[in-house]
Design a protein around this ligand. Structure first.
Ligand code: HEC
Ligand code: HEC
Length: 612
């Protein structure tokens, strides 16, 4: 350790106010996430997203040479060469992007953006920083030349990744989850394409039916294509098996940027080995190879783009030689399409989520690891090099549970993890025909928030409590047999979840309409069933929502906390908005007395619930 410190001081030559060779206390998990490179000074910056610091890696010496200490947990980062600073996302409800000087680690300037800014990127001309505000469903554009906010752009839902084309013409934003009702025919999370000059949305591209959890996007080097990594669910089938991607497949979608339209989706899975939870991506400097972190299986996917596009061109011309499909539109169902073009490399870190290509190497950050993995681009081998990011405590039960919840090692053939259907430990917005209550009666995925405090579990209350549901999930959804300890760790993690502050609150307080809505909540009799700390009395009722095969059935009263985040609503997700729950699906007043409410009163009621 002492030798390490001497070397690091010799390399950077100075210590300063906030840039520090001392890693600080070891009592926090590091949770490395976003990466960015300074190719000129040969450094890589890594957000340590739960340790209030950024690690500075010397690419040539292959070690962490210093830290930038911050008064917040950093999210996305982008380097501005012209100002010699890093732009760093501060993921709070009243979100900010801070400009941090590289010289001394001081915050030079702060910009107010939206709710939970996470991903951010800088245009190649170093003029604009583009920020995805996850829970305000907007993108903020910071003009870093004139130090002002140049625009705020509405996107679809939970924007979580951003890419800018190398020619600087297009900004692409990955909306993480779909915004449709779960009963619609085609459900897909969308990719928003924005014109860099006008800052106007030019397309909202849907992907194949069942696409969600878009975690990574990247443009091809020539700007002709956009690649997106995501899950492709087969939720119209009953969840009777996992083989051959029966429930969930893991996918790479391709958009054609010239026509601004969806081209197709290829599957990253192998025939009997799923590629669960694809996440961050990067394209090699020469533009020939695409790297995708497969976070649920702790692997890196290495895809030959030249061969992939050759094969797609053949299929476009109806030449399906050596392919399982005979129609271009069937490519998303072909598990063998990437055979021979997709090399999967096991990584040593757990839950790899971000990838960077720099200096002819691939750099991967894994959320639960205290190291960065560095792999040579040429002759990719099975052994990467590990660079320590510092020390972190041994995993406690909550942390292990968090890992298990996103770990497809808990699943037969690694097809999916719990976050495949419960992204962010919430819900994918889809209906699933699970086995717990017979076949032919799909239900909307439930959020995990407070599941352990609001028994019984499941929409029908068929599981006595969430502990039983967790064990049933491992056995009957993941078709796996795991030690009891894994399940109890997952219980500990899920019990530790806390709600994210509602974007409907104003500085943490109810708005005026929401205050009115609170009174209407009582007047309409909502509080009778939605009572107590968690807004549920734990009983089952028929509130007139059941339709065949659930006509007149009783359903468990759900919690109302964080419903701003969990649309669509009702047991089959038929209500796209909170308003629809009462304006469209409560005609008999069995679900509270709402027929007598004026438009204004109904809006206030909704505003209140969405503020919880
Ligand atoms: C294929 C999608 C899918 C996967 C994978 C999945 N779940 Fe679920 N989960 C659901 C759906 C859908 C529901 C709601 C079903 C219902 O209410 O009948 C649900 C409900 C639950 C509930 C009950 C919540 C409540 O408040 O009632 C718990 C707990 C749960 N899941 C835990 C897990 C765990 C742990 C895993 C991983 C081992 C997992 N789930 C994997 C789809 C999935
Ligand atoms: C008689 C008990 C009862 C009363 C009264 C009641 N609810 Fe409910 N609520 C339920 C039940 C049961 C469900 C589940 C229905 C379903 O899934 O189809 C539910 C579902 C909901 C949901 C959907 C939650 C989700 O995540 O899908 C919302 C929102 C809601 N109630 C709000 C209200 C409001 C507002 C009122 C008053 C106007 C009200 N409820 C009155 C029992 C009740």
């Amino acid at each position: 350790m002492r030798i390490f410190i001497i070397i690091t001081i010799a390399i950077i030559g100075f210590t300063s106010f906030r840039t520090n060779t001392d890693a600080g206390p070891d009592d926090k998990y590091l949770s490395p996430t976003h990466l960015t490179a300074d190719k000129a000074s040969k450094r890589i910056y890594v957000s340590l997203s739960t340790a209030e610091k950024i690690a500075v890696i010397n690419m040539e010496a292959r070690l962490t040479e210093s830290y930038i200490m911050l008064p917040f947990n950093p999210g996305g980062i982008a380097l501005s060469n012209t100002t010699g600073s890093l732009f760093v996302a501060d993921r709070k409800a009243e979100g900010k992007v801070h400009q941090v000087a590289l010289l001394d680690g001081r915050i030079v300037r702060s910009y107010s953006v939206g709710h939970t800014p996470d991903a951010l990127a800088i245009t190649p001309d170093n003029e604009l920083v583009v920020v995805a505000n996850r829970f305000s469903n907007t993108v903020s554009v910071i003009d870093v030349v004139n130090n002002r906010i140049a625009g705020q752009i509405e996107v679809d839902r939970e924007p979580k990744a951003i890419a800018i084309s190398d020619d600087g013409k297009y900004i692409a934003v990955a909306n993480n989850i779909p915004s449709s009702a779960s009963t619609e025919d085609h459900i897909s999370a969308k990719i928003t394409l924005i014109d860099r000059k006008t800052l106007e949305v030019i397309a909202n591209c849907e992907l194949a039916n069942g696409s969600h959890s878009i975690e990574g996007i990247v443009f091809s080097k020539d700007g002709k294509f956009l690649y997106a990594s995501h899950i492709l669910s087969r939720n119209h089938l009953p969840t009777t098996q996992l083989k051959h991607g029966w429930m969930n497949t893991n996918a790479l979608s391709i958009l054609d940027i010239e026509t601004k339209s969806y081209l197709t989706t290829v599957l990253l899975d192998s025939f009997n080995h799923g590629a669960a939870n694809p996440a961050g991506m990067a394209v090699s400097d020469n533009g020939e190879i695409l790297y995708i972190a497969l976070s649920g299986v702790h692997e890196l996917s290495v895809i030959d783009l030249t061969l992939l596009h050759k094969k797609l061109d053949l299929a476009k011309n109806n030449d399906f030689r050596n392919m399982a499909v005979r129609d271009f539109s069937d490519i998303p169902n072909d598990l063998m399409f990437l055979t021979g073009l997709n090399n999967r490399i096991p990584l040593s870190g757990k839950s790899p989520r971000y990838v960077l290509a720099a200096d002819n190497k691939i750099w991967v950050s894994s959320y639960f690891s205290s190291e960065i993995e560095c792999i040579a681009e040429s002759g990719i081998s099975e052994t990467g090099m590990l660079i320590s990011l510092g020390n972190q405590p041994a995993m406690n039960s909550i942390r292990r549970g968090e890992l298990f919840f996103c770990d497809a090692d808990l699943c037969f053939q690694n097809w999916q993890s719990c976050i495949t259907c419960h992204p962010g430990a919430r819900a994918d917005g889809l209906n699933w025909d699970l086995m717990n209550d017979g076949i032919g009666n799909p239900k909307n995925t439930k959020s995990m928030l407070y599941a352990h405090f609001t028994p019984p579990a499941m929409v029908t209350g068929i599981r006595e409590n969430a502990e039983i549901a967790v064990r049933a999930g491992i056995k009957l959804i993941q078709f796996s047999n795991r030690p009891e300890k894994d399940a109890s760790d997952i219980d500990a993690y899920l019990s530790s979840l806390v709600p994210v502050e509602s974007p409907y609150l104003i500085k943490g307080k109810l708005s005026d309409p929401a205050i009115k809505g609170k009174l209407i909540f009582e007047r309409a009799g909502c509080h009778i069933c939605h009572s107590g700390e968690y807004f549920t009395d734990g009983n089952k009722y028929d509130v007139g929502t059941g339709i065949s095969p659930h006509l007149n059935d009783l359903f468990d009263t759900p919690t109302l906390i964080e419903t701003w985040r969990t649309a669509p609503y009702l047991y089959d997700g038929r209500a796209k908005t909170m308003r629809e729950v009462f304006s469209k699906y409560n005609s008999g007043d069995k679900h509270g007395y709402t027929s007598g409410l004026s438009d204004d009163e109904l809006n206030s009621l909704c505003e209140y619930i969405l503020s919880l």
